[in-house]
Write a protein that binds this ligand. Structure first.
Ligand code: DGJ
Length: 748
C-alpha cells in the first residue's frame, strides 16, 4: 500500500508490501529516505523521522537558522551539490556553459496506476500489485526545469528512475544524471563482480568506508570488467542470515555506482549511467529519462537476497513469453567446428545431438560471406553456398525433418574491414572523434546512432529469421567500444531500438545475448534476451566462480551454460563429463563440442545425463537457488521447487585420502521424511592405466590398445547411494558415500 501523511510543513510517504517497504519524507523541499528494507508498518514513519540537529563547526544549513536543515547529515533520496550536502551528488548541469546549482524543490506527488514507458529504454514490467509513487520538483533557478523521482515497488524490489524535463526556453547540458541516490544506515561490505574475458563476475568484497568505492565500466558496455550489479552486506551477514541489499541497473552501456560512508554513518549509494565524458544536450521541451535502477533487500542473508532478486528478474525483466518457460537443450556448433563445416558435417552433428536428446541445433559463426576465419565477412548476410549449398532454409528444413529446431548466430553490430558491407559503406563505422577507427578481433563496430545502419541490420536480420524459420538467435558482439561519453550512450539507445524492431514482433524466437561471453551481461539485455551466454570459458571449475557470481544477481535460467570438451581448450584441464554437466545443469543448458569424436561410453553417459536433466530441468532453471554450507574450497549449489531439491557439491581439486564428506541441505521441512538419491559419477578406465597393470595377470601398456579399447566401452560407477531420512537430519548433514580417492573405488 501507499500512505501519505502531512504533518505541519513535512510530508511522509509509506510504500510497502509484505516483503519490502520504503519510507520517504519531504522536508525543506528535499526527499529523505527514512527507510528501505524490512516491511515496516505504515505508521512507523513517526519513529523514523530524523530530527537530528546538526549544523555545527564547518556544516552548512540549507535554511538559515534551522539546524535540522543540514542536508549533509540527513539520509537523502536525492541530493544536489550546492545545497549543503557535500557527499557525491547524482546530478550535474550546465546552463549557458556555466555549472548551475541543480537545486530542486519538491512541488507535488502522484500515484500513477500505470507506467508510461519510454519507447526505447528497457523497463521492468509492472503488474497490478506494483506500487508507483512520483515526486515532482522544480528547479529554483531555472523556471520550467523539472525533475521527477520515480519509485516503483515490485514484489521483491524497488525500482527507481530520475526524469529531467526542460520546460524552459533555453538549452541545457546534462553532465551527470544518476538513476538513484539512497542513504542507508548500517555498516556494510561492498561486493562487486569483476573480471575480464573468460573470467567474468568473480566476487570481490571490501568494506564500505569513507573512501569511495566505485564500480564503473568504461568500455562502452556494461562490461566483463565490472558488472553493474553489486551487493551491500551488513557486517556479519552470511549466506543464510543477516541483512543484504542487492543493486542493479537496466542498462547495457557504461555504468557507474558508488558507495561511500558519511561522517554521520549513512552509506550513500548512487547508481546510474557513467558520467565519464557525458554532456547530453537537453533542448527546450526535451526530456531525459535515466535507466531504471533496482534495489532488493533481505534479512535472510545472501540466499534470501538471491531469492528476491531472482524473483524480480524472472517476473519483471525476462520477456513475458519466456518467463518460467523451460529452455530447450541446445547443441551449438562453435567449439566443435569453429569456422570449418559443411552441411553434411552439421547434419551429422545434428543427428547425433538429436539422439542424445538435444532439442535445438544452433549454427554459430561462419555461415555467411567470406567468413572462414575472424578476419573477413562480418557485416555481410549472403549465405556461404560452398558450406551450405541448400542455404539456411535448406538446412533448417532438414533439421526440422530430424525433429530439431534451428537456431542461428549473428554479430550484427560489427564489420570486418574485409567485407562487402565495409567496402560499400566505410562511413558506417563507429569512429572516435578526430581519429581513425581501430580494430578489436579484426573488427570495427557499426555506428548504431545512424538510422541507415539500424535499418540495414533490422532488414537483413529480419529477412533471414523469417525465411529460415529461425527459433533461436545468438546475438553476439565481440569487442570493446571505440567511443565514450555521448556517443557510447547514443549507441546503446540505437541497439535497443534495433532489438525492439526485430524481436518485439517475433516472440517465438528465443534470443540469447552474448558479448564474447559476459561483456554485456545486464538487466537491459535481459529485457530482450531471456538468456545470456555466461562466458566463453566453459571449463566447469572456472564456471564455479563465474556462475557463482552471476547467481548473486541473475536467475539460473538467464545464464547460458554448456558442456564442452575435456581437456578444456582454455585451461587444458581434464574434468569428468559429470563435473562438466553438473556445472552446466545450473543454467540454460547446452552441449558444445565435436560429437563425431565421441567414444561409445561418452555417448551413453551424455544421453543418460541429458535424459536425467530434462526430468529436473524446471527445478534447475526456475527453482529457488541457494548456496549451501561446504568445506573450504568446495562449492555447493542447491535448487528447490515443490517436492524436489537438487544439490551439487563441487571440488576444485581432488584430494588424496579425503575426510568423510557431509552434505547439508537447506529449506526442508524438519519432520518430513525425504528420499535421497546421489547420482553416481562414472569413472573412465584410461586414467587408471598404470594402476591396472598391477592387478591384471598380464602386464598392460597404460596407453596401449587393450586399455584404450576398454576405455571406449566400460565405465565404473562411483559415489552413488540412496537413503531415507528426515529434513532435520539433512539440514544437520549426512555423510556422503566414499568416492575414488587414491585407492581402488567402491565399484571396482
Ligand atoms: C564469441 C562467442 O562468445 C562464442 O561463443 C562464439 O559465438 C564466437 N564469438 C564466434 O565468433
Amino acid at each position: 500500500m501507499i500512505k501519505h501523511v502531512e504533518k505541519e510543513s513535512e510530508q511522509f510517504f509509506y510504500i510497502g508490501n509484505e516483503r519490502l517497504s520504503c519510507i520517504l519524507k519531504i522536508a525543506f523541499g528535499k526527499a529523505q529516505l527514512l527507510h528501505l528494507g524490512a516491511p515496516l508498518g505504515e505508521d512507523d514513519f513517526a519513529a523514523l523521522g530524523c530530527e537530528t540537529l546538526f549544523g555545527w563547526g564547518t556544516d552548512v544549513l540549507y535554511k538559515e537558522g534551522d539546524s535540522r536543515s543540514c542536508l549533509d547529515a540527513l539520509p537523502l533520496a536525492w541530493s544536489e551539490r550546492g545545497s549543503g550536502d557535500y557527499r557525491e551528488s547524482p546530478i550535474e548541469l550546465l546552463y549557458e556553459g556555466e555549472d548551475i546549482c541543480p537545486d530542486f524543490v519538491y512541488s507535488s506527488f502522484a500515484v500513477p496506476e500505470h507506467e508510461e514507458p519510454d519507447a526505447v529504454l528497457p523497463h521492468a514490467r509492472g503488474e497490478q500489485e506494483t506500487l508507483r509513487l512520483v515526486f515532482t520538483s522544480k528547479n529554483r533557478l531555472l523556471e520550467g526545469l523539472t525533475l521527477e523521482l520515480r519509485f516503483s515497488l515490485f514484489e521483491t524490489a524497488l525500482v527507481r528512475q530520475a526524469v529531467l524535463m526542460n520546460g524552459s526556453d533555453k538549452p541545457l547540458r546534462v553532465t551527470k544524471l544518476m538513476s538513484a541516490c539512497a542513504d542507508l544506515h548500517g555498516r556494510f561490505t561492498v561486493s562487486t563482480f569483476d573480471g575480464g574475458w573468460i573470467r567474468e563476475t568473480h566476487r570481490h568484497t571490501v568494506p564500505a568506508a569513507q573512501a569511495r568505492v566505485v564500480n564503473e565500466s568504461a568500455n562502452g558496455f556494461s562490461s566483463n570488467r565490472h558488472n553493474p550489479g553489486f551487493l551491500l552486506s551488513e557486517t556479519g551477514a552470511t549466506d543464510d542470515a543477516g541483512t543484504v541489499y542487492g543493486f542493479n541497473l537496466l542498462w547495457s552501456g557504461n555504468h557507474r555506482s558508488t558507495v561511500q560512508r558519511s561522517a554521520q554513518g549513512f552509506t550513500r549509494v548512487l547508481q546510474g549511467i557513467s558520467p565519464e565524458g557525458l554532456c547530453l544536450e537537453l533542448l527546450p521541451g526535451g526530456r531525459l529519462e535515466t535507466p531504471e535502477a533496482v534495489a532488493a533487500w533481505s534479512d535472510r542473508g545472501l540466499n534470501g537476497l538471491m531469492e528476491n532478486m531472482h524473483r524480480f528478474v524472472n517476473r519483471a525483466v525476462i520477456p513475458p513469453a519466456w518467463q518460467s518457460r523451460e529452455r530447450p537443450v541446445l547443441y551449438n556448433s562453435w567449439e566443435g567446428c569453429m569456422f570449418k563445416f559443411s552441411e553434411g558435417k552439421l547434419l551429422s552433428l545434428a543427428k547425433k545431438a538429436k539422439k542424445l536428446g538435444c532439442e535445438l541445433f544452433v549454427l554459430d559463426d561462419g555461415w555467411f560471406g567470406a567468413r572462414d576465419s575472424d578476419t573477413a565477412g562480418l557485416g555481410d548476410y549472403s549465405v556461404n553456398r560452398r558450406k551450405l549449398p541448400n542455404g539456411l532454409d535448406g538446412l533448417s528444413k532438414k533439421l526440422r525433418a530430424l525433429g530439431m529446431q534451428f537456431g542461428l548466430w549473428f554479430e550484427p553490430e560489427a564489420v570486418n574491414p574485409d567485407s562487402e558491407c565495409y567496402r560499400r559503406h566505410p562511413d558506417w563505422v563507429l569512429t572516435p572523434p578526430g581519429t581513425d577507427a581501430f580494430q578489436g578481433r579484426n573488427e570495427l563496430l557499426l555506428d548504431l546512432t545512424k538510422s541507415e545502419v539500424r535499418d540495414y541490420i533490422v532488414e537483413n536480420v529480419s529477412a533471414i529469421l523469417d525465411r529460415a524459420d529461425v527459433r533461436y538467435v545468438k546475438w553476439d558482439m565481440n569487442r570493446h567500444s571505440p567511443v565514450s561519453g555521448n556517443k557510447a550512450y547514443a549507441y546503446i539507445l540505437g541497439l535497443y531500438e534495433v532489438l525492439h524492431r526485430i524481436f518485439d514482433a517475433r516472440p517465438q524466437i528465443l534470443l540469447e545475448a552474448c558479448a564474447s561471453g559476459g561483456n554485456r551481461f545486464d538487466l537491459g539485455m535481459l529485457c530482450f534476451a531471456p538468456q545470456i551466454w555466461g562466458s566463453d570459458d566453459t571449463d566447469p571449475i572456472e564456471r564455479l566462480d563465474i556462475q557463482d557470481g552471476l547467481f548473486c544477481l541473475y536467475p539460473q535460467s538467464a545464464v547460458g551454460a554448456h558442456i564442452s570438451a575435456a581437456p578444456h581448450s582454455m585451461t587444458l584441464r581434464a574434468t569428468p563429463l559429470s563435473t562438466r554437466a553438473n556445472a552446466a545443469f545450473f543454467g540454460a543448458f547446452g552441449v558444445e563440442f565435436d560429437l563425431d569424436g565421441m567414444k561409445p561410453v561418452e555417448a551413453a553417459e551424455l544421453k543418460e545425463t541429458i535424459d536425467w536433466y530434462k526430468q529436473h530441468r524446471k527445478t534447475f532453471q526456475f527453482g529457488r537457488f541457494s548456496r549451501n554450507r561446504a568445506e573450504e574450497g568446495a562449492v555447493c549449489w542447491q535448487v528447490s521447487s515443490g517436492e524436489e531439491t537438487l544439490c551439487a557439491l563441487f571440488h576444485r581439486l581432488v584430494p588424496a585420502g579425503p575426510e568423510i564428506e557431509w552434505l547439508s541441505v537447506n529449506g526442508l521441512e524438519p519432520d518430513r521424511l525425504y528420499r535421497v538419491e546421489a547420482r553416481p559419477q562414472l569413472l573412465r578406465v584410461a586414467p587408471f592405466g598404470n594402476l591396472l597393470k598391477h592387478i591384471t595377470p598380464i602386464e598392460l601398456d597404460a596407453e596401449g590398445m587393450v586399455v584404450r579399447l576398454a576405455d571406449r566401452h566400460y565405465t565404473m560407477r562411483d559415489g552413488g547411494f540412496s537413503a531415507e531420512c528426515s529434513g532435520a537430519a539433512l539440514r544437520s548433514g549426512i555423510p556422503l558415500a566414499k568416492r575414488f580417492s587414491g585407492t581402488i573405488s567402491n565399484g571396482f
